[in-house]
Design a protein around this ligand. Structure first.
Ligand SMILES: C[S@@+](CC[C@H](N)C(=O)[O-])C[C@H]1O[C@@H](n2cnc3c(N)ncnc32)[C@H](O)[C@@H]1O
Length: 197
């Protein structure tokens, strides 16, 4: 049964996180050790609102890290190393301009929890999610450093295996992993694609 105020919702509230999504990123980080706590990292977080992932990133990264968050909606947070913009992430030129204003030439990690508005027709939601992700892929090719990493949320659909196959072919067979954190709701089609270093 769908319980909007489940264990993770209550835990997020108690720990002052903006959304229960935080626990998905935390689980992904625990499993793949994405964020080296002592290194200064430049991170782009796509689809950042309401802001739990940037809260986590701001907390765990070293002091000179820079975290840039983008979303169609405003993110109301006051964090030390994080700058959030109301910005469509598919507008690649505008995103490049934002990174330039922060003197960011290369990124260490891109995290994307972006999701289209869902209509609960699973196949349509999933194809929209794929299109959204694909339209931001030029950012990955332009900005990521060597040995870089990414995390991408996607809605599982009939095309999923083919998409993962294409990513593996492009980025390395052993570098692309898929993972469904325990904190993803059981009824959800969400799954994360992770590129490790
Ligand atoms: C599940 S929420 C992200 C939650 C976030 N990771 C957190 O921890 O608070 C998905 C977000 O993707 C955003 N989104 C959808 N399309 C987008 C686009 N083209 N550009 C930027 N953000 C987008 C939505 O506005 C929504 O806020």
């Amino acid at each position: 049964m769908f319980d909007p105020q489940d264990f993770y919702f209550k835990k997020a509230k108690k720990e002052w996180y903006k959304a229960r999504s935080i626990f998905k990123l935390e689980e992904i980080d625990k499993k793949f050790k994405l964020f080296h706590k002592k290194e200064n990292l430049n991170i782009l977080d796509i689809g950042c609102a309401p802001g739990s992932w940037v809260q986590y990133l701001d907390k765990i990264t070293a002091s000179k890290s820079k975290i840039i968050g983008l979303d169609l909606k405003a993110t109301q947070l006051n964090l030390k190393k994080t700058y959030c913009y109301v910005q469509d992430a598919t507008d690649i030129e505008k995103v490049k301009d934002i990174l330039k204003t922060h003197n960011i030439e290369k990124l260490d990690i891109i995290t994307s929890d972006m999701a289209p508005n869902t209509i609960w027709f699973k196949d349509i939601d999933s194809i929209r999610s794929l299109e959204l992700i694909k339209s931001t892929l030029p950012l990955y090719d332009t900005f990521l450093k060597e040995n870089w990493k990414f995390v991408i949320k996607i809605f599982m659909g009939p095309w999923f295996d083919q998409f993962v196959f294409e990513l593996k072919k492009k980025y390395g067979w052993k570098k692309i992993k898929t993972f469904k954190p325990n904190s993803v709701r059981k009824i959800s089609k969400e799954i994360y694609i992770v590129k490790i270093a």
